[in-house]
Design a protein around this ligand. Structure first.
Ligand code: KG4
Ligand code: ZN
Length: 390
């Protein structure tokens, strides 16, 4: 705790010292959440906007941002643990938690400074409460709740996938509800009918591996390291079209569910047919990467086509780490254009995990009057359909 108090928060009047001091006082005096009416409320003067600190720590990225409902994104910082986990070929949960502990407070200081914002100017703190790694989530939740408690502002739980879903709304030309949403990350692959904020109906989902997980596993089989998605995508650009053809799982039957684990098996068989991972040339790797990417992208595009036909929506939102994939963006855009459907996705830095999407989703929920109950809960699993509509 001592080291956390160094730097801009280090003085006697520092907010973090204040957090510790206030905690020693009796409950009634310390826990003084401002009465909240959907905007900052100092006495009778209500502001029509809110400034919210967002904290993301569900997996291997510590993301912090400040979003203001009037002025937009004021600051953000991200620390990726990718290099640390790459040695192990995937995320090691205990290492992830420990690293979040070290990063989160310095990042908060950095973002407050960047946003030229003092804690008194914040109206709330949003944090990812799930789904994700329980230990990692607890770090963000604990810090968010302690700061909110000390600063006397409300805290709000954010569903990580709702954060992804709403990230395209941070862009200059945001979509408007209702729309079809394709959420493709390392842990989830979901097709949703998004009717309104918090009103999400699942149209289809992966019955086994998530799309990002399949990219990661296929890359690992080829010895490409972690995370696999960006590496496969980069290699695929040098691939020879048509040398290998992988199946498009579950596209030969009706329905919107998907399956990606078969692509993994196909990748392994192709590698073995060529004599094993150790003898693959760079061209072999590129050709397998292209065949894999083509199959995954085609599968997602076919399911998106069906989802817009089924719902009749004229907007499709794509988000989550895999939505950074250029081939997926290009093919989806081409297919949707033919059907008069507009496609929306976040800027690349908001496709993967980040604090901005959490600050934004949290600001919308706080504005609607939602705030976290007193107990601090995180949920490793949390169906998106359990969210409260706003
Ligand atoms: O949304 P995200 O940052 O974290 C989760 O919530 O899981 O997504 C990470 C996933 C990883 O599986 C990563 O390999 C994949 O997104 N990914 C990509 C690309 N960039 C990241 N997959 C395909 N192509 C990409 N360009
Ligand atoms: Zn994510």
């Amino acid at each position: 705790m001592q080291t956390w108090l160094k730097g801009p928060f280090g003085g006697a009047d520092s907010p973090l010292v204040a957090v510790l001091d206030r905690r020693r006082r009796p409950f009634g005096e310390t826990f003084r959440l401002r009465r909240y009416h959907g905007a900052r409320n100092h006495g009778s003067c209500e502001k029509a906007y809110m400034r919210v600190l967002g904290i993301e720590s569900s997996c291997d990225e510590t993301g912090v941002a400040i979003y203001d409902t009037r002025d937009g994104l004021l600051g953000q910082a991200l620390f990726s643990q990718v290099d640390m986990h790459a040695r192990y070929g995937g995320v090691v949960p205990e290492l992830a938690s420990r690293d979040h502990v070290q990063r989160v407070l310095p990042l908060i200081r950095q973002v407050l400074a960047e946003a030229n914002t003092s804690p008194e100017q914040l109206d709330g703190i949003a944090y990812t409460a799930g789904p994700g790694l329980a230990g990692a989530l607890l770090v963000g939740a604990g810090v968010a709740r302690a700061l909110a408690f000390g600063w006397g502002i409300p805290a709000v739980e954010v569903h990580h996938m709702e954060g992804h879903l709403l990230a395209p709304l941070l862009e200059a030309n945001p979509p408007a509800f209702p729309f079809v949403a394709l959420l493709v990350s390392g842990g989830h692959t979901l097709l949703l009918d998004a009717q309104d904020l918090g009103e999400y109906r699942i149209l289809g989902e992966s019955v086994d591996d998530a799309a990002g997980e399949a990219f990661d596993k296929a890359a690992k089989m080829m010895g490409l390291g972690y995370p696999g998605g960006p590496r496969i995508a980069a290699l695929a650009e040098k691939g020879t079209a048509g040398r290998f053809r992988f199946p498009r799982p579950m596209t030969d039957r009706p329905g919107l569910d998907m399956s990606f684990s078969g692509l993994k098996t196909f990748t392994l068989n192709t590698i073995n047919d060529l004599g094993g991972k150790d003898v693959l040339t760079e061209q072999d790797q590129a050709d397998i990467a292209l065949a894999f990417e083509d199959a995954a992208v085609d599968t997602l595009v076919i399911k998106c086509r069906r989802a817009v036909e089924q719902t009749g929506h004229k907007q499709l939102v794509m988000a989550g780490g895999v939505s950074a994939n250029r081939s997926l963006r290009a093919r989806l855009a081409e297919q949707m254009k033919k059907r008069g459907v507009d496609v929306f996705y976040p800027a690349p830095q908001y496709c993967t995990d980040n604090g901005a999407m959490i600050a934004f989703a949290g600001a919308l929920r706080l504005q609607a009057g939602e705030q976290a109950d007193l107990p601090i809960k995180v949920r490793a699993r949390w169906p998106l359909t359990e969210l409260a509509a706003l």
